[in-house]
Design a protein around this ligand. Structure first.
Ligand code: PRT
Ligand code: ZN
Length: 304
C-alpha cells in the first residue's frame, strides 16, 4: 500500500491477529471480551466488525509488524519476540521506528533463551565468544551479544533450530522456550534468557489523526478493564469487628473493601475485589483469621 493510502483518513480501525496458531484464539477471546463482534467473511481473512467499526485481518504473525508499518493495519496482536525482532532489524538498518508495543496482554508467555548441549558446563555469556549460535531471531541475538560484548557467529535458520547442534551446524542455539520440553528432547539446556516474551498489542509510533484515535482509545480502555480483572474475584464475607485487622492482612491484593455493619455494630459485612488467586488455602486462612460466610464470585466486567 502506498504512503498516500496509509495516510488517508479512515473511519474504521483494522486489527491484525494471527490466523491460526498459539495466539489466534486468545487474541480473539480478548477482543470479544472487550465487546467486539464480527461477521466472518467467506475467505476468513477479513472479518467485518459489527458491534463497533473495528475489523479484523487474519494473517501470519510474522507479517503483523510490516502491516502496521505500511498502514495496511492500524493495530496488531503479536508476540513481543516477533515485534522486537522487527524493531531491532529496522533500527540496525537505519529505518525509523514505525511501530511500538502499546500493551502487554498477559498470554502467550515464553522466553527467548540461549541453550547449549546438556553435558557442557556454563560459565557465562563470554563462553560464546567465537562460537556459532543458531537462531530465527538474529536481530535480537545480535543486540544481546553486543550488550554482553561478545563476538559470535550467528547462524540464521528458519526452523528446527533445536537440532542444529546435533547436526553440527551450531554450538549453541537461541530460541523460544516455554515448558522446556523441546530443549530436553534435544539434549539441550537453557543457560541464559535474552528476553521475556508475551503477546502484546502493537500500534504505530505516531498517533492516529482521525476517528481511529477515539476508536483505539475506547478499545484500550476496554482491554485494560478486561486485563485488570482477568484473575480478579469478588470476595464476600462477614467478620467480627475485632478480627478485621487480621483478616485484612490476608488481603494485600484487594481494593479497599466496602463494609457495612450488621447485628448492631459488632459484625461487619464486607465485599472486596481481590486481584490475586483465591485458593482454598487462602479461604481457610481467612476463616482461621475470623472471616465467615466466605463467598467468591467471578467478575465479568469492570469500568473504573
Ligand atoms: O503461522 P504463523 O507464522 O502465524 O505461526 P508461527 O508458527 O510462527 O507461530 P506460533 O503459533 O507457533 O507462535 C506464535 C507466538 O506464540 C510466538 O511468536 C510466541 O510469541 C508465542 N509462543 C509462546 C511460542 C511458544 N510459546 C513456544 N513454545 N512460540 C513458539 N514456541 C515453540 C518454540 O519455538 C519451540 O519450538 O515451541 C517450542 C518450545 O516449546 P516448549 O514448551 O517445548 O519449551
Ligand atoms: Zn510465524
Amino acid at each position: 500500500m502506498s504512503p498516500a493510502a496509509s495516510a488517508a483518513v479512515r473511519d474504521r480501525l483494522r486489527i491484525a491477529i494471527q490466523k491460526s496458531g498459539r495466539l489466534s484464539e486468545p487474541a480473539r477471546a480478548l477482543l470479544s471480551s472487550a465487546g467486539l463482534s464480527w461477521r466472518e467473511s467467506r475467505d476468513r481473512l477479513f472479518c467485518y466488525g459489527e458491534s463497533l467499526p473495528v475489523d479484523l485481518l487474519l494473517v501470519r504473525d510474522d507479517d503483523i509488524p510490516s502491516l502496521i508499518a505500511e498502514g495496511v493495519c492500524d493495530l496488531g496482536i503479536v508476540g513481543r519476540n516477533v515485534l522486537n525482532e522487527e524493531i531491532d532489524g529496522r533500527s540496525a538498518s537505519g529505518q525509523p521506528a514505525a511501530f511500538r508495543e502499546w500493551r502487554a496482554l498477559g498470554f502467550g508467555g515464553c522466553k527467548l533463551s540461549v541453550a547449549v548441549p546438556e553435558g557442557g558446563d556454563w560459565r557465562g555469556a563470554q563462553q560464546l565468544t567465537g562460537k556459532r549460535i543458531a537462531t530465527t531471531y538474529p536481530n535480537q541475538l545480535r543486540t544481546w551479544l553486543r550488550a554482553q560484548q561478545v563476538e559470535a557467529d550467528i547462524v540464521v535458520l528458519n526452523g528446527s533450530v533445536e537440532i542444529a547442534p546435533r547436526l553440527g551446524q551450531a554450538d549453541a542455539i537461541c530460541d523460544l522456550v516455554s515448558s522446556g520440553a523441546t530443549l530436553a528432547a534435544n539434549q539441550l539446556k537453557a543457560v541464559q534468557d535474552v528476553m521475556l516474551s508475551e503477546a502484546v498489542l502493537a500500534g504505530p509510533v505516531q498517533p492516529f489523526g482521525d476517528v481511529r484515535a477515539e476508536l483505539a482509545d475506547l478499545l484500550l480502555r476496554r482491554m485494560d478493564g478486561v486485563l485488570r480483572i482477568r484473575d480478579s474475584k469478588l470476595l464476600l464475607f462477614q467478620t467480627a469487628r475485632d478480627s478485621l485487622p487480621q483478616v485484612l492482612q490476608l488481603l494485600p491484593d484487594a481494593e479497599p473493601p466496602t463494609m457495612c455493619a450488621v447485628d448492631g455494630a459488632d459484625t461487619l459485612a464486607l465485599q472486596a475485589l481481590c486481584h490475586g488467586a483465591m485458593t482454598w488455602q487462602r479461604l481457610e486462612d481467612l476463616k482461621r483469621a475470623g472471616a465467615r460466610g466466605l463467598m467468591v464470585l467471578p467478575v465479568e466486567r469492570m469500568l473504573a
